[in-house]
Design a protein. Structure first.
Length: 240
């Protein structure tokens, strides 16, 4: 009886204590634990990309690029044979005008030591990867990097291939090897993860309104209708 009473008192006492924040999973992306690698977003590759509508792909890539800049995540840019495939897309170049672009001859970026060295210099073991095409620029790098101890997060909607079937099968191959499929909006929200993080709060909302589709329209509507009262970072009791 005494033991039961003690257990009940402990339960009541524990319930009276404020809830402690749980430690987030180390599998989650943060601005401090990853590097973004963008591969071969060039006109010649885009001409043959059919699994996703080109306007949507460019929109998603712009959103990912702006989020990468906002959160100050290191980015590695690389292209292949620009004399044939063309220059890197303006959605990337306009966001990172001063970043070096590594031009390769290899289809597998991981076989170019300059790309691997640029990744290693960041000291980060998680790679957020997007590229054209999925079956080559995506899969080759993902499999190679995983074998060297990196974790790869493949941004499926900022990448593409010559057909839906080929894109999907390449993603499946990467997943079987340990790659984590993600989308660009998920990556940005994973970096933010708390609306009370004010330094990036407004920037995230601006990107959402510009590139977030119907989600962005919802933010625009909310701000128009609620004015100063619109804000995910505000709790119902007025706290942040």
């Amino acid at each position: 009886m005494k033991k039961l009473t003690c257990l009940l008192l402990l339960a009541v006492f524990a319930g009276a204590l404020p809830a402690r924040a749980q430690k987030p999973s180390p599998k989650l992306l943060t601005p401090d634990n990853c590097v973004v690698l963008l591969i071969d977003h060039q006109p010649q590759m885009g001409f043959s990309t059919k699994n996703i509508e080109m306007t949507l792909l460019r929109n998603n890539l712009a959103g990912l690029s702006k989020a990468t800049q906002l959160f100050k995540v290191p980015v590695v840019l690389t292209t292949v044979a620009e004399s044939f495939a063309g220059a890197i897309w303006p959605e990337i170049k306009s966001v990172f005008p001063n970043n070096p672009i590594i031009e390769r001859t290899t289809m597998n970026s991981w076989e170019d030591p300059r790309v691997v060295e640029a990744i290693r210099k960041t000291g980060r073991k998680k790679i957020v990867l997007a590229g054209l095409w999925t079956q080559v620029c995506g899969a080759f790098v993902a499999l190679s990097a995983i074998d060297e101890g990196f974790e790869v997060y493949f941004v499926t909607d900022a990448s593409g291939d010559v057909s839906r079937e080929i894109h999907d099968s390449a993603v499946q191959r990467m997943v079987q090897a340990g790659t984590v499929p993600v989308n660009w909006l998920q990556v940005m929200l994973e970096w933010q993860r708390d609306w009370a993080r004010k330094p990036t709060y407004e920037g995230v909302n601006q990107i959402v309104m510009q590139h977030g589709g119907t989600y962005g329209l919802g933010v625009i509507y909310g701000r128009k209708m609620l004015g100063a009262n619109a804000g995910e970072g505000k709790s119902s009791n007025g706290g942040n």
